[in-house]
Design a protein around this ligand. Structure first.
Ligand code: CA
Length: 228
């Protein structure tokens, strides 16, 4: 199997080079694009294993690409790490809501970036046990193998992270999971200050689950629990 291919979308030459170097050192293959148009062009030719995406690009906002990719195949499953100088909490939340898998704020350590890439690839590549089939909870059904959730028979469009969060909670039904445990199980690492990420995703997930939103309970001061 060839080494994973990482597409780096970044208009600042120095940063793009730094990222490419850090990843190549870890054995990844890299490609670079310095605008949204170039990124799209590269994506049409070959689907990478992961996308590193700057937000402020000469021809637009990286979040737009993130949004577009989430509504098309095979982009829907493409892991995306946002890399940006905008470190405001609001941007972070926005990035996750647009379906990003992780978020790195500049300036960053190349070593940490490589670790994050590995963590994202690990959790997005872990095959689900096939024997589980479909989990059913009243109006909600979760098809583990197909990565699909349905509410009253209608498909619910979840990002991979949202699906994994739902599945993690459902598998542990009845048990309270702390934000730290959820970060570790769903995102692949625990990181101080990222607890808000879990809250944002749960909020988003509940909204998408509509009449089944009540299945995910907030346990104040602790975390979340899937109702049985
Ligand atoms: Ca930029």
């Amino acid at each position: 199997m060839p080494a994973p291919l990482i597409l780096i979308v970044e208009d600042e030459e120095d940063i793009a080079r730094l990222v490419a170097k850090a990843l190549e050192k870890e054995g990844f293959r890299t490609q670079r694009a310095s605008s949204l148009a170039e990124a799209q062009e590269k994506l049409n030719k070959e689907t990478p294993d992961l996308l590193i995406l700057d937000l402020m690009l000469p021809d637009g906002d990286g979040l737009e690409l993130c949004k577009v990719l989430r509504y098309q195949e095979p982009g829907r499953h493409l892991p995306i790490i946002i890399l940006t100088a905008k470190g405001e909490e609001i941007d972070r939340i926005l990035g996750f809501e647009m379906g990003a898998d992780d978020y790195i704020v500049k300036p960053f350590s190349p070593k940490e970036l490589a670790l994050r890439v590995k963590a994202v690839l690990r959790r997005t590549r872990t095959p689900e046990p096939a024997e589980e089939g479909v989990l059913r909870f009243g109006d909600l059904s979760i098809d583990v193998a197909r990565h699909e959730a349905r509410v009253r028979g209608e498909p619910v469009y979840l990002t991979r992270t949202e699906f994994n969060l739902l599945l993690t909670l459902a598998r542990a039904r009845g048990k309270v999971l702390t934000r730290e445990i959820l970060l570790d199980k769903v995102w692949g690492y625990t990181f101080e200050g990222y607890a808000r990420t879990v809250d944002t995703h749960v909020r988003r997930l509940r909204k998408k689950l509509g009449p089944c939103a009540h299945l995910i309970e907030t346990v104040w001061g602790v975390g979340y629990r899937f109702r049985t």
